[in-house]
Design a binder for this molecule. Structure first.
Ligand SMILES: *Cc1c(COP(=O)(O)O)cnc(C)c1O
Length: 379
């Protein structure tokens, strides 16, 4: 008699890809190895030590001394919603700069939170215009928050975060900055530039798997949080509660169970970044962007964003007329294992978004991408 056979379900084996889209980016083997270590309790003293180390590394990465600096358990959009939910109360006025998908998302979140939204509109593919922001701040002295995206991943435009944060400060308005794609890839100085609140994500220039969102609140943002007359509408995202879990010292109150292994990964990714040096990482992103740009232009692809406003880690290029971009992108994936991004919104089908983020920003990536694009465009 044969023993009954219970066929095991096959394990999932992901294909080997080269990730050069708008995120996630390639993850370093050291980060993957760190995440495969044994899970420990989230209140284990060893884990609490790791939490403190991660907070310190995040402070260095944001260039801040803010105590309220921690990773939110959720992707970039969770950190984004957390910042808006903590800073805004119903009836507050917020000025939102909208020059792409993520500016639009900021507006939608603010509206859901019951805030009065003033929009500063700039065309997709352009940086936020500081003059328009100054005009809006002058016209709306009641505004308590100015929100803008530092690195607009949907179009590849880099805005002048320093100038915008200074404008907010000079009008006694808090600045709230989306640094999801800029952190680790472009110069960002939270304290020196006077940024009050910031959030980021792990899967762009930090080159971690997606799922965590580093945030930081400065003293003025904490003051606004403390002075709220209504509780934060989200229990999970209430920084007043979360900080008891992520706070200083060994005494931690259970709030939720942190994603233990994901935090091993974030730790290793931050260690890698600081081994290289933050400034070196910024320079690496700029240098490889310049060589990719030369190659793309040689292939006849032109940039959506004017020079001077370009984001090194996200290269948005217009497609030649008559090209079936979806088919070519599929071929890049199938024949070259290369992932690049499609256009969004009004640019769907009209641009490609080529990421050079974190571990995906090397001369090898630039060469591979140009070679593969050259081949699929030629046929
Ligand atoms: C990716 C991204 C987000 C959202 O992050 P998710 O991890 O996808 O939720 C927000 N803002 C910008 C600028 C981004 O690039």
């Amino acid at each position: 008699m044969n023993a009954p056979v219970t066929p095991g379900l096959p394990a999932f084996v992901p294909p080997r890809r080269v990730l050069m889209g708008p995120g996630p980016s390639d993850v370093h083997p050291r980060v993957l190895a760190a995440m495969a270590q044994p899970t420990i309790g989230h209140l284990d003293p060893a884990f609490i030590g790791l939490m403190d180390t991660i907070k310190g590394l995040l402070q260095q990465t944001f260039r801040t001394s803010n105590t309220l600096t921690m990773p939110i358990s959720g992707p970039g959009s969770a950190g984004m919603e957390a910042c808006f939910a903590n800073l805004l109360e119903p009836g507050d006025t917020i000025i939102v700069c909208d020059n792409g998908v993520f500016g639009g998302r900021m507006r939608a979140m603010s509206e859901r939170l019951g805030a009065k939204v003033i929009t500063v509109q700039d065309p997709w593919g352009r940086a936020v215009d500081p003059q328009k922001v100054e005009d809006a701040l002058k016209a709306h002295p009641e505004a308590s928050v100015l929100a803008f995206v530092h690195a607009e991943t949907s179009t590849g435009a880099l805005s002048d975060a320093r100038t915008l944060a200074e404008l907010a400060r000079s009008h006694h308005t808090l600045s709230l900055v989306d640094a999801v794609t800029s952190l680790g890839g472009s110069q960002l100085e939270m304290d020196a530039w006077g940024i009050d609140a910031i959030y980021s994500g792990t899967q762009k220039c930090l080159s971690c798997p997606p799922g965590l969102s580093p945030v930081s609140f400065g003293p003025r943002a904490v003051e606004k949080l403390r002075a709220r007359s209504t509780p934060v509408r989200s229990w999970f995202m209430d920084f007043g509660l979360v900080i008891n879990y992520w706070g200083e010292g060994a005494k931690r109150a259970y709030h939720h169970t942190a994603p233990v292994n994901a935090l091993y990964g974030l730790h290793e990714a931050l260690v890698l970044l600081h081994e290289e040096g933050l400034e070196c990482s910024w320079a690496r992103h700029r240098d490889h962007h310049l060589s990719l740009a030369r190659g793309l232009e040689a292939l006849g692809l032109s940039y959506l964003v004017p020079e001077g406003e370009r984001l090194p880690q996200l290269n948005a290029v217009r497609l030649p007329a008559g090209v079936d971009e979806e088919r070519l992108r599929r071929r890049l994936l199938e024949e070259h294992d290369l992932e690049i991004g499609a256009g969004l919104g009004e640019y769907a089908g009209r641009i490609w978004r080529i990421g050079l983020m974190g571990q995906s920003c090397t001369s090898r990536h630039v060469a591979l991408c140009l070679d593969a694009l050259g081949k699929v465009l030629q046929r």
